[in-house]
Ligand binder design. Structure first.
Ligand SMILES: [Fe+2]
Length: 82
């Protein structure tokens, strides 16, 4: 679950950084994106250290399916990063 949160943060910061005209702010959010990608990888790596990678991968896909089901039933209420 933590890896999924970090991965989605990474995606949001990528979108944000790509949509900014100001180069300094674009680079600022790009660095957040890189940081969040590192967090995502770290959580997957930690899980793989304690649990067989096949089981981690299976669980990852279960979280993706759960997230998709939540998104299908979610009412959006304005723009936000988190
Ligand atoms: Fe993070």
């Amino acid at each position: 679950m933590a890896a999924l949160i970090e991965a989605r943060s990474c995606e949001r910061f990528r979108l944000l950084s790509e949509g900014l005209a100001d180069e300094e702010m674009r680079n600022f959010y790009h660095e957040f994106m890189v940081s969040e990608a590192g967090h995502y990888k770290m959580f997957i790596s930690l899980a793989n250290n304690y649990i067989h990678p096949d089981k981690v991968k299976k669980r990852w896909h279960e979280w993706l399916e759960f997230e998709a089901s939540v998104m299908k039933n979610m009412q959006l209420s304005g723009e936000r990063i988190h």
